[in-house]
Design a protein around this ligand. Structure first.
Ligand SMILES: C[S@@+](CC[C@H](N)C(=O)[O-])C[C@H]1O[C@@H](n2cnc3c(N)ncnc32)[C@H](O)[C@@H]1O
Length: 287
């Protein structure tokens, strides 16, 4: 069982439904504050767009769109005669994304509250399916891959970004590693890791299992920049469900997790602030 960020939760978690509900609630609560964290993810979105190359008049579906990326960027690329739908489990994310798209006057773009595991679209409806930092959070990523395959037209493309492994997704692991120190193993003693789909070949294997061909994997490292440790915690921890997970711990454990996070960040500190690398994995495939 994983929580809203793919962090292991204690064995009390009973079913996929309650996991989904807790994910939905966590992201609903983080919708407003997530806006600042999003800027950190932009470079990975550009990597993804460069590889899936949305074309004028195409139709695209963005899974786990959050506040609307990469859906909004794709809508600009396919133009007013194209069609882009962004779906997310969290209604707050969808409401806020809709507001932002309206403010920016982006045409041909719709946001809907929907579970990526049960896509409410007919077979062969889209030319392109994307997801930026969604697949490692889905309770059942295999089902999402099969659903994506179903709604794509023949020769349709899929493009996904997830975090790399813990050692390489350094900026995320700075807080996740201390969190995991206090996470309970499940009933079999297994301690899952939040970077499960980031290992070599993991996502390409998953997509091939869903029927995709021409799978390709690429790794890209970008540097995340923060003024200081406090800004990291404000944006990346308190601005996302990570902060919520930490607050569920005892106060003494919370203190230890944050102290561990600050200690990890200090290694990347210079006069220019904290500059910390983070590897993403971009995977593309064709139906
Ligand atoms: C890390 S955010 C990514 C948001 C956006 N794509 C971005 O890159 O900024 C993950 C999103 O996945 C959504 N999510 C989690 N499980 C989902 C599911 N089963 N179906 C649809 N969305 C889901 C969450 O609500 C959250 O908005």
């Amino acid at each position: 069982m994983r929580d809203a960020w793919g962090i292991p939760v204690p064995p009390a978690m009973p079913s996929d439904d309650s996991e989904r509900e807790s994910t939905r609630r966590a992201w609903n609560e983080s919708a407003e504050s997530y806006r600042r964290a999003m800027r950190l993810f932009e470079p990975y979105g550009f990597d993804l767009l460069a590889r899936v190359n949305p074309k004028i008049r195409e139709s695209a579906l963005d899974l786990a769109t959050g506040l609307g990326e990469p859906a909004m960027s794709i809508a600009r690329m396919v133009g007013p005669d194209g069609r882009v739908v962004g779906i997310d489990l969290s209604e707050q994310m969808v409401n806020l994304a809709t507001r932002i798209a309206k403010e920016r006057r982006i045409p041909g773009l719709t946001f809907l509250a929907m579970d990526a595991e049960k896509l409410d679209f007919p077979d062969e409806s889209f030319d392109l399916v994307t997801s930026r930092f969604g697949f490692h959070i889905f309770a059942d990523p295999e089902t999402v891959a099969k659903e994506s395959h179903r709604v794509l037209r023949p020769k349709g493309r899929i493009g996904i970004v997830v975090w790399s492994t813990a050692e390489k997704a350094t900026a995320i692991n700075a807080v996740v590693a201390p969190m995991l120190e206090f996470a309970e193993p499940d009933e079999t003693g297994y301690r899952p890791r939040p970077f499960e789909l980031g290992g070599p070949g993991e996502l390409t294997t998953l997509l091939a299992g869903a029927g995709f061909v021409e799978t390709q994997e690429e790794r890209r490292t970008h540097t995340m920049v923060f003024k200081d440790e406090a800004e990291y915690i404000e944006i990346l921890v308190e601005g996302t469900p990570l902060g919520r997970s930490i607050k569920e711990e005892d106060p003494s454990v919370q203190k230890k997790i944050l102290a561990g996070t600050r200690a990890n960040l200090r290694k990347w500190k210079s006069r220019k602030g904290i500059q910390i690398p983070c590897e993403g994995v971009i995977v593309t495939a064709t139906k």
